[in-house]
Design a protein around this ligand. Structure first.
Ligand code: SAM
Length: 337
């Protein structure tokens, strides 16, 4: 063992700091600290009065947030860094909803049962809540709304990279299968000004879609279809998009979604799968942690390019190609054969 790098004890502390850091950021978001600093720096006392908080405790949280480079500390006043501004509600590129949604109680309780998943192969979420996650969301509109907002923020964060890597302009009818609130479809329609869009999701998944599509100025060109992608997928698209869908499901269920897309698509129509594509074998990747999130939450999995190729070809698509973008999402494209 070398003597220069971090010790194993340092690395274990790093893991603990990761947990504490994420909880500190979650507390900051829940307390609205960034929102209260959006108009400029304040002292801990001013902030505590504005928020109704306990000043000495708030000051300790602010110093920790400064350590995490979310706030600046100068002359007793705290301000926002670029990272801190990404915690402001409604700010362009805000990750606030993603932090709230992905560190929500349902996610935390499911992750706490990860050992159960590893022991049994069962989905931790189902053990905690007694039903699969999307069924739970259908029954709990508030939790579902937070999740939809998280997905919208997550999609917005990768939207520019997807638009850079994929040319939407040749398409006339773009179907987003499981498109949630429609953020990605709106981006695709902005890039293809003559195209029409079709947004398929469950009624719970579509809750915020009308507002988002209106705000993005594409509602006139977009049909919103409540449905079930295991039953059928709208016909007549020349592009079918699946973003963060296949990873939610095991191979059998993911294959069923792909077959329904193939059935709906005319020969020559295109398929665009947007997912974290894992490297082959055991090579390390941030996607390995997303893979555990799937194990805990949905019973799905992240996959390699070869695994996507096999399941996409088995569903009747040809010409399967995978490539990276500058975001954590890769693209897997194919043609209906
Ligand atoms: C991980 S989210 C991804 C949402 C969106 N594509 C995005 O990238 O932001 C998975 C989506 O699948 C939807 N979904 C789950 N089961 C479904 C079903 N049986 N039919 C249609 N949509 C479904 C959920 O409502 C949710 O919007």
């Amino acid at each position: 063992m070398g003597t220069d790098g971090p010790t194993v004890q340092d690395r274990a502390f790093g893991v603990l700091f990761g947990f504490w850091s994420s909880q500190a950021l979650l507390a900051a978001v829940k307390l609205g600290i960034a929102d209260h600093l959006a108009d400029g720096p304040r002292t801990a006392g001013e902030l505590a009065a504005a928020m109704g908080a306990h000043e000495p405790s708030l000051a300790r949280l602010l110093r920790a947030l400064a350590t995490l480079e979310a706030v600046t500390s100068e002359g007793g006043r705290y301000g926002l860094t670029e990272f801190g501004r990404a915690l402001v509600k409604g700010a362009p590129g805000s990750m606030r909803s993603m932090i709230l949604g992905v560190m929500s109680e349902d996610h935390r309780r499911a992750w706490a049962e990860l050992p159960h998943s590893v022991r049994t192969g069962e989905t931790a979420f189902d053990r905690v809540y007694g039903m699969p996650v999307f069924e739970y969301y259908a029954r709990h509109p508030d939790v579902s709304a937070d999740f939809n907002d998280a997905m919208t923020a997550g999609s917005a964060a990768v939207e520019a990279a997807v638009r850079e890597a994929f040319d939407f302009s040749p398409f006339g009818r773009i179907v987003d299968v499981g498109g949630g609130n429609g953020g990605l479809l709106a981006a695709a329609l902005e890039a293809a000004p003559k195209a029409a869009g079709v947004l398929l999701d469950t009624p719970a998944g579509l809750k915020g879609a009308a507002d988002l599509l209106r705000a993005r100025g594409v509602s006139e060109r977009c049909e919103v279809v409540p449905g079930d992608f295991f039953e059928s997928v709208p016909r007549g698209g020349d592009l079918y998009m699946l973003k963060w869908i296949l990873h939610d499901w095991d191979d059998r269920r993911a294959g069923a979604i792909l077959r329904n897309c193939r059935e709906a698509a005319a020969k020559g129509s295109r398929l665009l799968v947007i997912e974290a594509v894992l490297p082959d074998g055991d090579a390390p990747s941030p996607g390995r942690l997303g893979d555990l999130n799937m194990m805990a939450m949905t019973g799905g999995r992240e996959r390699s390019a070869a695994e996507y190729r096999a399941m996409i070809e088995a569903a009747g698509f040809v010409d399967v190609r995978a490539r990276e973008t500058r975001s954590p999402c890769g693209l897997v494209e194919a043609v209906a054969g």
